[in-house]
Design a protein around this ligand. Structure first.
Ligand SMILES: [Zn+2]
Length: 129
């Protein structure tokens, strides 16, 4: 007989703790949301936000791919070197471009997304130190 495969037990039952999922403070965007953030229009807006004093770094230092704000340019650049950020870029490359595909299937717009998404760390101004 050996091991029995547990089915329907706590390990696979993620939806059990909905409240927990909702309350997660550090929850970032889903990959598909970030994919839509990466569209040039949206990306430009996100990377050139107005000064918002309620947001870390007044919303001036944003990592598009991780949907995170940083206090200053230095920490943003440091973040680009981290494992987490590189992992994120890789994930974004591999994730199918579902949103665009859906839009194409619906015949919306003429913009055709390349099959492979090119994901690069955003350009940063090099005017600091
Ligand atoms: Zn990042």
């Amino acid at each position: 007989m050996g091991k029995s495969k547990q089915v329907g037990n706590h390990k696979s039952d993620k939806k059990k703790h909905i409240s927990k999922t909702w309350k997660t403070k550090r929850r970032t965007k889903d990959l598909d949301q970030i994919h839509s953030d990466m569209k040039p229009d949206t990306a430009t807006k996100l990377l050139n936000q107005e000064v918002d004093y309620d947001v870390t770094g007044c919303a001036q230092h944003y990592c598009l791919h991780c949907a995170r704000y940083f206090t200053d340019m230095r920490s943003l650049k440091e973040h680009f070197k981290t494992k987490g950020h590189k992992k994120r870029l890789k994930q974004l490359r591999e994730e199918p471009y579902t949103q665009a595909e859906a839009e194409r299937a619906a015949g919306m717009g003429s913009y055709i997304t390349p099959k492979k998404v090119e994901v690069k760390t955003q350009a940063v101004e090099e005017d600091m130190d």
